[in-house]
Design a binder for this molecule. Structure first.
Ligand code: PMP
Length: 464
């Protein structure tokens, strides 16, 4: 029939047929009907500010007609071409990404962030093979980091709650402690810091055996694992360590890339030049699935040396399809024309200026901001830093939702650290939108959320 289904009927079908991410069951999901700018509207007409840009991706905001028009035009011109062929949108996009990266890179297109990381691992291994170092196959990653859902990317992930029950995963990944200043794994303070967290990577390379290590994978800031912003000396030191041992530096920019860090890419904040950069999410602002693995020109040269034996044996059917590529091009054009990378930094500065007083709240342990992405670490006790209970975290999220603000939550549920509220609104957010977020957070922390809201949030769910 043409009659739209009502909310109850939709919910009944949802309960019957849809398996939501992260949960076996979700009793009361919000059914989103439309989006405009930084706001989404549910089927009841209730509006919410999308404080997490969906899942760290809708950087240019919802309802961008210019992106829809570019996609429609491309669908009518050429909707699909295999990446074995060349096509105009992928050529244009690869060239544009080189400008954004501020370096010379070959671009391999895929569909998701997980795909992009798998490509990075395979290219790194093959690179060492072709350079006469076939035993270099292992990767070092950090605990708390998230790198994707597929067996290799999950192997690289350092969050046990996502891995238990699915092991064995891709082998050859080992983990070192994260650069987590608020809870320094090495017992140091800001004043006594000697970057033991970076040195732990060197130690891991040495102890694993440098001849066995292919690469190190890092996010510029661990976002999904709890907004863990490293000391500014961390990434430069990691980069030096990688060079010393002929280990490739793979930087996962799936969340941090395309302006979220306040610069074009997260690693631009630290002056390092990665060997491989992976990207997804903000590449298209989520208007179409697309990801990319950028490989430095030096690395790529190895793949050109030895004829067909040096081909990279990897293909995916939809990767780099023309429609997704024009969507990405239009998205990048919007980011450039509207100055949204700088706007992202401004949003973070507004959070910093107005929300720092929240540190006086007895349940706020730390506030960490990287570009426009913010994590508020909740504790039971500021002195002991005991993580806030899941119920307290859920209450605050529900209270925000009841006031029309959608926020996220991250951390590590197994370790009892799912206590970090996350926010990262579209960079296109207006001053009023930013004010709304700030005022809502301030008022939610001032008042005790009513009990009845607690059942509306699943304390087990968290969002990468
Ligand atoms: N890397 C990071 C840092 C991520 O946050 C994510 C997803 N949130 C991924 C990789 C995987 O991306 P996808 O879900 O598109 O596979």
């Amino acid at each position: 029939t043409d009659t739209p289904r009502g909310k109850e009927e939709l919910l009944e079908l949802d309960r019957k047929y849809v398996w939501h991410h992260m949960t076996a069951h979700n009793d009361n999901p919000m059914i989103v009907a439309s989006g405009e700018g930084s706001w989404v509207t549910d089927v009841d007409g209730q509006r919410y500010l999308d404080g997490m840009s969906g899942l760290w991706c809708v950087n240019v905001g919802h309802g961008r007609k210019e992106i829809a028009e570019a996609a429609a035009q491309q669908m009518m011109t050429l909707a699909y071409a295999t990446m074995v062929q060349a096509h105009i949108p992928s050529i244009e996009l690869a060239a544009k990404l080189n400008k954004w990266l501020e370096g010379e890179y070959r671009i391999f297109f895929s569909n998701s962030g997980s795909d992009a990381n798998e490509v990075a691992f395979k290219i790194a291994r093959q690179y060492h093979h072709q350079n006469g170092n076939p035993t270099k196959h292992k990767f070092i990653s950090r605990h708390r980091a998230y790198h994707g859902n597929s067996m290799g990317a999950l192997g690289a992930t350092g969050q046990s709650q996502r891995k238990l029950k699915y092991e064995p995963l891709g082998v050859g990944f080992s983990h070192v402690p994260p650069p987590y200043c608020y809870r320094c794994p090495f017992g140091q303070t800001k004043d006594s810091c000697s970057l033991q967290c970076a040195k732990a990577i060197e130690q891991a390379i040495v102890w694993e055996g440098p001849d066995s290590v292919a690469g190190v994978i890092v996010e510029p800031t661990i976002t999904g694992g709890g907004m863990i912003v490293p000391h500014e000396g961390y990434l430069p030191m990691v980069s030096q360590i990688c060079k010393k041992y002929n280990v490739l530096l793979i930087v996962d920019e799936v969340i941090c890339g395309f302006g979220r860090s306040g610069k074009k890419f997260g690693h631009h904040n630290y002056g390092v030049k990665p060997d491989i950069v992976t990207m997804a999410k903000g590449l298209t602002s989520a208007y179409s699935p697309l990801s990319a693995t950028a490989v430095s020109a030096e690395l790529y040269a190895t793949f050109q040396q030895a004829g067909p034996t040096s081909h990279f044996r990897h293909i995916n059917t939809f990767g780099g399809n023309p429609v997704s590529c024009v969507v990405a091009l239009k998205n990048l054009e919007i980011l450039e024309n509207e100055g949204l990378v700088g706007r992202s930094a401004d949003i973070g500065n507004a959070f910093r200026a107005r929300l720092t007083p929240l540190l006086e709240h007895p349940h706020v342990g730390d506030i960490r901001i990287f570009g426009s992405a913010m994590g508020i670490e909740l504790v039971e006790d500021q002195g002991t830093k005991e993580p806030a209970t899941p119920e307290r975290v859920a209450q605050l999220i529900a209270a925000c939702k009841s006031k029309g603000l959608l926020i996220g939550k991250n951390g590590d549920t197994v370790q009892g650290f799912a206590n970090i509220l996350t926010l990262s609104p579209p960079f296109s957010s207006t001053d009023q939108d930013v004010e709304f977020i700030i005022e809502t957070l301030l008022s939610v922390f001032q008042t005790t959320p009513p009990e009845r809201m607690m059942s509306r949030v699943d304390p087990a769910a968290d969002y990468d």
